[in-house]
Design a binder for this molecule. Structure first.
Ligand code: PHE
Length: 470
């Protein structure tokens, strides 16, 4: 037996029909940190601040908070309890409870296989930026055209992507306890400290207070159905829901550890980092773009890889240091999420084939590298493929497919499965095996009625906006 891999504590080390030794967390803390590590990622750092700036600052933060602590933690609880109940990763978990619903597990399992390769591409960009800050300094990174010339460069993007992948695969190879838990134990507290440090530093810059006020003070006039739908979509992605990760992670958790407390802590950690990201990024964008444009800053790559380096460059002597700290922070966030994705894929292969963990990881690694190279080619040799219209790349397509289409479908089917097919009692009993669950009534209403309706609205909205129907 490999170090860090051990039998499930309930003695059910053999999962399904295959004789596989199952990994386990060392305790609740390991589980919470891993859940938080998966949750905290690029979504917190570049999407949350942009959405908050766009949808009335405090108004968006408040809506997100309410949704995360009702809808979000209900689904988190459902997924982790499903995993712990079955002691299987997502495909096995569904088919064990009802073999006709195995297809939902298969769909959920497909999501991390789609996300991992492109997430690692962005992880590669972050690695490159960190290296450039260290080697060349803030001025070089802020120079015009730095980002475009990098991502269209056929050689370097592959190199950095593979470096990032190998780092994450290496951590997973060390096992759940010795690899993932230990890495999280180091990276997550440091990430939090750096986020607080960068936020304080940014807030001390001239002009930052105006941006912070814009971020924090609720603008009630911005409240709209669009805000709610965007907050919901962000919540799904940010909490790593509907893709089997939390099912796998729950399956490694001991029966005696409280699920309710754990999921509340995971959601709380995720929200805290999102909030801090806004405190760093919104004022910084205001300083760079001015009041008029600050509120409409674009999400994603250009914010992190073009606007922020410009802001850092303006910070004089501290520019390179702040750039390094910021990109270490982003690297940690991206790496811990990528590790959770690779772990989920590995566990799915392991449970499906009955192979050893090492062999399963080997296949996962080969897949991720090949698929990553293919998607990355969308920025250079395959740039002529514009899957979602002019100017879009393969990465945009896979992002849309996984986040906007497949995740809502999986979430909907999961709620129907638990609410109507196996019935909520199985999950409620699992939760009660380790803690009180006085909100079982509202939780049931959420899973049976409210969540399915909300998810259908998100799905319809995503497809309609993508195809220009709204
Ligand atoms: N939750 C991560 C984020 O906010 C993204 C992620 C998605 C991580 C899927 C793991 C799995 O960036």
């Amino acid at each position: 037996m490999k170090a860090g891999v051990q039998m499930g504590h309930n003695g059910n080390g053999k999962s399904g029909t295959h004789h596989i030794t199952r990994s386990a967390w060392s305790g609740k803390m390991g589980f919470i940190l891993a859940g938080a590590a998966s949750a905290v990622g690029l979504g917190n750092l570049w999407r949350f601040p942009t959405l908050a700036a766009k949808y009335g600052g405090g108004m968006f933060i408040f809506t997100y908070f309410v949704l995360a602590f009702t809808f979000g933690i209900s689904l988190l609880l459902l997924e982790t309890a499903l995993g712990r109940h079955t002691k299987l990763s997502v495909i096995g978990a569904y088919s064990k409870l009802n073999s006709r619903w195995k297809f939902v597990g298969v769909l959920a399992a497909a999501v991390p296989f789609i996300i991992t390769p492109y997430y690692c591409i962005i992880g590669g960009w972050v690695t490159k930026y960190l290296c450039s800050y260290v080697a060349e300094g803030a001025d070089a990174v802020a120079a015009e055209g730095f980002f475009t010339s990098f991502i269209t460069d056929p050689a370097f993007t592959y190199v950095f992507m593979i470096v990032f992948m190998l780092l994450c695969i290496g951590v997973v190879a060390l096992g759940v306890k010795n690899g993932i838990e230990k890495a999280n134990m180091i990276m997550m507290p440091l990430l939090l400290v750096m986020a607080i440090g960068v936020a304080i530093f940014v807030l001390m810059q001239p002009g930052a207070v105006e941006g912070a006020a814009y971020y924090l003070i609720p603008d009630f006039s911005k409240f709209s159905p669009e805000l709610v739908i965007n907050a919901l979509g962000q919540m799904f992605y940010s909490l790593s829901l509907a893709m089997g990760i939390m099912v796998t992670y729950g399956s490694y958790l001991d029966k005696k550890e409280s699920l309710t407390q754990s999921v509340a802590s995971i959601a709380g950690f995720d929200l805290l980092v999102s909030f801090l990201s806004g405190l760093m990024i919104v004022p910084a964008a205001f300083m760079a773009l001015g009041l008029a444009e600050g509120g409409t800053m674009s999400a994603g790559p250009s914010l992190m890889f073009v606007t922020l380096p410009m802001v850092f460059e303006g910070m004089g002597g501290a520019a390179t240091v702040i750039g390094i700290v910021f990109f270490v922070l982003v690297l940690f966030a991206a790496a811990t999420s990528a590790i959770s994705l690779i772990e989920a894929c590995t566990s799915i292969i392991q449970d499906g084939t009955g192979w050893s963990r090492g062999k399963s990881l080997g296949l996962c690694a080969a897949f991720v590298i090949v698929a990553g190279c293919f998607i990355n080619a969308g920025y250079n040799v395959l740039i002529w493929i514009e899957p979602l219209g002019p100017g879009t790349q393969l990465l945009d397509f896979f992002d849309f497919l996984s986040n906007s289409v497949m995740m809502p479908i999986v979430a909907l089917l999961t709620c129907i499965f638990v609410g109507w097919i196996i019935k909520p009692k199985a999950i409620i009993d699992e939760v009660r095996a380790s803690s009180k669950f006085s909100l079982a009534g509202p939780w049931t209403a959420m899973v049976k009625y409210i969540a399915p309706v909300l998810v259908v609205v998100i799905l319809g909205w995503n497809i309609a906006t993508q195809f220009g129907l709204l």
